[in-house]
Design a protein around this ligand. Sequence first.
Ligand code: DX5
Ligand code: ZN
Length: 222
Amino acid sequence: MVEIAPSVLSADFTRLGEQLKVVETAGASVIHVDVMDGHFVPNITIGPFIVQWIRSATRLPIDVHLMIEEPDRYIGDFAKAGADWISVHPEATRHLHRTISYIKHAGCRPGVVLNPATPLSAVEEVVADVHHVLLMSVNPGFGGQKFIPASLDKLKRLRALIRSKTSAARIEIDGGIGPDNVADVVAAGAEILVAGSAVFGAPDPAEAVRALGQAANAAAHV
Ligand code: DX5
Ligand code: ZN
C-alpha cells in the first residue's frame, strides 16, 4: 500500500486543524512536517510548539523532516511535542549513526534524507538502522518547486541499495509530487509520497488526496 503524506507547509494555518481532519478523512496516512531553521535551508518554518498543536488535531503519525543544523539538540523537544517519525540530513550532523540512536531513544522512528546532490553512499552504512529514507526530488527549503527528473533513477538505485542491505527501510519521496509523476515515482520504488502544494494548493484537498492515492496504488499493482 503506497501512503500519501500531505505536507502542512502548504496548508492554511488559520484553519490547520480543519485541514488536517480533511486529509485524514480522505485517506492520508501520515502528516509531513517541514522544520527549517534559516541556516541549513534558506527558510524558517515550524518548531516543536506547532507540532504540539498538530498532535492535538490528528491521530495520524507525524513525520518530522528536520532541515536544521545540529538536529541532536532538538530531537527530544520534537519527540515530546508528539513526533512519531524524525528524519535528518547527513550533512547537518557530525555523527549520523549517533543521531539515529538519539531518535530511537526518544521513542521515534528514525529516517535519513538525501538531497538531490547527495550520493546514496552518504546513507549506505545506516540504511539498515532506519525506518525510512526520504529522497528529496527538489532542493529543500520551499514548497511548490518542480520535480527533478533524475530523482527517478536515484529512486531505483536507492531501492536496490535497501534490498542489498536486507533493510526494511521504506522509501519516501518529497518535492514536486503530483498527479503527473505519481505513477512514475511509485514504479521506481517510492512507497510514501509527500505532497504539499498538490494537496493543499488544490481546490479540493480531500479529492486531491484520494486521486493521488488511487493513482499511486494503481501504479503499485502494475
Ligand atoms: C521542501 C519540503 C517539502 C515540501 C514539498 O523542502 O521538504 O516537504 O513541503 O512541497 P511540494 O509538494 O509543494 O513540492
Ligand atoms: Zn519535507
